[in-house]
Design a protein around this ligand. Sequence first.
Ligand code: URA
Length: 195
Amino acid sequence: MIIMFEELEDIRQRCLKCEKCSLCKTRTNIVFSDGIPNNKLVLVGEAPGYWEDQKGKPFVGKAGQLLDKIFACVGLSREKDVYICNTIKCRPPENRNPLPEEKEACREYLDAQLEILKPKIILICGSVALNSLLPNESGITRVRGKWFEGKNGAKMMPIFHPSYLLRNDSREKGSPKWLMWQDIKEVKRVYDELK
Ligand code: URA
């Protein structure tokens, strides 16, 4: 565990100094991760937004608050049970989608985080993360809720991004919120089977 912390800290230190793409010029903070490093459950989001850039922590805005509630609904604590990171570590101006060259530049940091943690479950949150981690799959609506095999035997599931859920209020059967509820219950089922 201590080695895991130290290795992650090395990567974080490298991110702090990173100037591999132009986002380093506009960032306030790098947004490296949140939650206790663990080898069970990791969520990969897309990119920091305004509040994440201000606070240096992923998912602290409205989408993050909804994400916390989603985890809490199945008895998972965001602080204790989930390690959260993003596809890229610096905020794209105006919250635009990350450019391919930005994702490419930042890729080694995400890969290093996943290699150190070797999580058994990876939640791929939204289409930007989907495109990075499962580039041969497209359409988050089509693939959400399905399990894919990842590196080191990880089980990877794409899920809707909470900001998409914030724009779709219905909870009716078949709605994005209802689908997310099915997905998170399935994630918890598999999580509970882990040793
Ligand atoms: N959306 C993301 O994908 N990541 C964050 O950190 C915040 C919002």
